[in-house]
Design a protein around this ligand. Structure first.
Ligand SMILES: *[C@@H]1O[C@H](CO)[C@@H](O)[C@H](O)[C@H]1NC(C)=O
Ligand SMILES: *[C@@H]1O[C@H](CO)[C@@H](O)[C@H](O)[C@H]1NC(C)=O
Length: 289
């Protein structure tokens, strides 16, 4: 009885020590992609400021249970109304989504002090707020794009062919979050959740089309439009391959963390076992007398 409860206690300790693993994993989703602010500023200590603060708090709280949400903070005077949303990349777990949104919100604070509106895109999530509504409005304007250097000549036809096939797959994928390709050629696409599926399809068609024409034979390409983005990568073409879900970098990093967590758990278990044995000895000693 004592032994079995001791065992379950050390199992509890082992699983408890796994907890920090997930927050460490999220570091790869924190990388900054772009950010922007409106010209207009609000007055410090105004009702707008307190509404904005409650909006940002709502975004961060909501990201603990949903990968997308929108909020409108109503006010008695129309100029104090604030609109906002966030969207996590579709493969993020809830804790990673919450961490990412919290980080993006804090970055809007440092990037856009007292601006009425702001937006930040990190690798793993997007956050935007404004005093004019943009919720449910499609936006295909290019916000930022990045193309890698040209693929080496001898690899070109193979890579370009596989990349085009992968992008056709993304185009036909359906859904707000899409991944495609495998091995050397990978891609992903994401819409902001306020778009309908038809609007998402329209936005992604535009992004993928632009990616093909503008990033041509590049080794990688990123096309961020107002409400969606599409990206592709060929292996080794970026400094960090952890843009993509389940990449090698993330996995080896996680394995290291797991090993560490297991060792800590085992040490805790051994320490408890020693205490238990010492306790048994005193009991046995006492009975022996
Ligand atoms: C947003 O706020 C700015 C500055 O207070 C103001 O000039 C602008 O009219 C507001 N826009 C809306 C839609 O309320
Ligand atoms: C905003 O959120 C509300 C409540 O969750 C939802 O009913 C509405 O459809 C959302 N609007 C958009 C544009 O996503």
């Amino acid at each position: 009885m004592v032994t079995s409860s001791l065992l379950s206690l050390s199992f509890f300790l082992i699983s408890f020590s796994f907890l920090p693993v997930q927050t460490i994993l999220s570091s790869s989703t924190d990388a900054f992609v772009f950010g922007g602010c409106t010209q207009q500023k609000y007055t410090p200590d105004s009702p707008y400021e307190s509404n904005l603060n409650s909006l940002l708090t709502s975004l961060v709280n909501s990201a603990t249970y949903s990968s997308y949400n929108n909020f409108t903070i109503m006010a008695s005077s129309p100029q104090d109304v604030v609109y906002g949303l966030y969207q996590c990349r579709g493969d993020l777990s809830m804790p990673d989504c919450a961490t990412c949104v919290a980080r993006a919100v804090s970055q809007t604070g440092s990037l856009c002090p007292s601006a009425c509106g702001g937006a930040v895109q990190l690798e793993g999530c997007y956050v935007k707020y404004d005093n004019a509504t943009f919720l449910g409005v499609e936006d295909k304007n290019v916000v930022t794009k990045k193309c890698g250097p040209s693929v080496e000549y001898e690899k070109e036809s193979d890579i370009v062919g596989r990349r085009d096939a992968m992008m056709a797959g993304l185009m036909g994928g359906g859904g707000l979050f899409r991944v495609g390709g495998s091995g050397e050629v990978q891609g992903l696409a994401q819409c902001v959740g306020d778009l309908s599926l038809a609007e998402c399809q329209d936005c992604l068609s535009a992004a993928i089309q632009r990616l093909k024409t503008e990033c041509g034979a590049g080794t990688y390409g990123d096309m961020y439009l107002g409400k969606c983005y599409a990206r592709f990568s060929t292996s080794g073409s970026r400094d960090n391959d952890h843009y993509y879900p389940k990449s090698h970098n993330d996995k080896s990093n996680m394995d290291g963390e797991k090993t560490f967590a297991i060792i800590i758990g085992l040490l805790a278990g051994i320490a408890l076992l020693i205490i238990f044995l010492a306790f048994l000895r005193t009991v046995v000693d006492r009975n022996g007398k």
